[in-house]
Design a protein around this ligand. Structure first.
Ligand code: UDX
Length: 437
């Protein structure tokens, strides 16, 4: 099968490399020549565990000759970005530009399938099909097929998620499109054929499934973070124990109940905002979604509030170590990272900040120093904020904090330490959702 992949970000590049490994003839296109060069030279353009070995020995082509790439393909995957506009609505310009370009070059001599995987608001598929018809002069359902098949892979576990997805969603209109899409997935998914992983539906449901999925996970996180805030006002309460126990209820499940500094990244914040925008355009008040968003933003202020309470006016003279800059472990992605906002606010208070992250070594827009090691960041600090739960931070002992820091004050924004062990060892410990005695 010949596949064209338009847009080589986390979703596009991961899918392209895994399809290549499965024997598909893959050609990738991207507007960034730098990215194409990097792939051509077998170099990863971003950090993603496990993907490098596929990058090392791939046979995929990269091209900026979109005409040839489209004409040759049996399936054309669209995996371009869908960023936010300033009002929170989604910006579909890259998707529409891709559709126009595809439309210009569809081959009238064969029936090709266009598969949209980018996260797009309801009714985008309809708009895409209109563009494809306009720019190709061909008829949907007769000359070409179109499916909406959103992607659910997570950064940090993109390879595993792509090969063994929990579900495959295929939004289609004509039977042949659904069948072509199933053939496409059957050739490279490791768990294809398992019962209960396939959701075949219409376009609009496929679009809604992606948003509802992400908004529900975001809701779980904000919900447990609200419980965490209540716990902190009740000595002896601990949100981690509560979350673990409620997660044993099969109706709730154990995942996405880690209280902390809130969600970030390129998806949840953007998708919750876009869904709020979709609701408001339909004159529906999205009360829950708005609270999910507001709670998430207030979580980022947790360490700032703790520092303000603890140091009062003296906070301007302190030195703070921030451990973690990526929005979550195992990625170098800092998009909408809580850590970024926290450092940004501390800088506005003229606090001296020393950052350490195992992978992120620089951040556009921040003036603070990036240290070479945990020890360097901790040395002389008045307090430390755990902003990302990298494994490397979990093994820091209370003795290390006491030895290196000016004052061993630990603000555990990701709940990676045992509070009682820390306190017994002499640490002044504050943890999200931990009610201190
Ligand atoms: C998410 C979706 O999971 C994925 O299906 C979709 O395709 C893209 O968006 P990703 O952004 O890579 O994936 O990360 P994910 O692991 O889902 O975490 C999102 C955010 O939630 C992170 O900032 C993480 O720190 C936070 N989180 C997650 C919590 O705060 N608590 C949790 O219990 C789980």
């Amino acid at each position: 099968m010949k596949v064209a992949v338009i847009g080589l970000g986390y979703v596009g590049l991961t899918t392209a490399l895994l399809m290549d490994k499965a024997g598909y003839e893959v050609t990738g296109c991207d507007i960034s020549q730098e990215r194409l060069d990097s792939i051509w030279m077998h170099k990863m353009p971003f950090h993603e565990p496990g993907l490098d070995e596929y990058m090392q020995d791939h046979d995929m082509f990269v091209s900026n000759d979109i005409e040839m790439t489209i004409k040759n393909a049996d399936v054309i995957l669209v995996t371009v970005g869908t960023p936010s506009n300033n009002d929170g609505s989604i910006n579909l310009q890259y998707v529409f530009d891709a559709m126009k370009e595809i439309g210009r070059h569809l081959d009238s001599q064969k029936v090709q399938l266009v598969m949209l995987k980018s996260t797009c608001v309801p009714r985008t598929s309809e708009a895409c099909i209109i563009l494809l018809e306009q720019y190709s002069g061909l008829n949907h359902g007769h000359h070409f097929g179109f499916v909406m098949s959103p992607e659910f892979l997570r950064e940090g576990s993109a390879v595993e998620d792509t090969l063994h997805p929990d579900k495959v969603v295929i939004g289609f209109k004509y039977d042949f499109e659904g069948e072509l899409a199933m053939d496409f997935y059957a050739g490279f998914l490791s768990n294809w054929g398992l019962p209960d992983i396939l959701a075949m539906t219409n376009y609009i449901n496929a679009e809604f499934i992606k948003y509802t999925n992400n908004a529900f996970l975001a809701t779980k996180i904000s919900f447990i973070n609200e419980i965490a805030t209540i716990c902190e006002q009740n000595p002896g309460a601990d949100v981690t124990t509560i979350a673990r126990a409620i997660g044993m209820d099969k109706r709730i499940g154990p995942h996405f109940l880690n209280a902390g500094l809130g969600y970030g990244g390129s998806c949840f914040p953007k998708d919750v905002s876009a869904l709020i925008n979709v609701a408001e355009n339909a004159e529906v008040e999205p009360a829950i979604l708005k609270e999910v968003h507001a709670t998430n933003i207030s979580q980022r202020h947790w360490p700032i509030e703790k520092i303000r309470e603890r140091f009062g006016e003296g906070m301007h003279d302190i030195k703070v170590a921030v451990l973690g800059m990526a929005f979550k472990p195992n990625t170098d992605d800092v998009r909408d990272s809580p850590a970024y906002d926290i450092v940004d606010i501390l800088e506005q208070y003229d606090v001296i900040v020393n950052i350490y992250d195992p992978i992120v070594k620089h951040c556009e827009g921040l003036d603070s120093k990036f240290c070479e090691s945990v020890d360097e960041a901790l040395t002389g600090a008045d307090c430390v904020i755990i902003a990302t739960e990298w494994d490397e931070f979990k093994t820091i002992t209370p003795e290390t904090f006491i030895k290196l820091m000016k004052r061993p004050i630990v603000l555990d924004g990701r709940r990676i330490y045992n509070p009682m062990k820390m306190i017994k060892a002499g640490i002044e410990y504050y943890g999200i959702g931990f009610g201190r005695y």
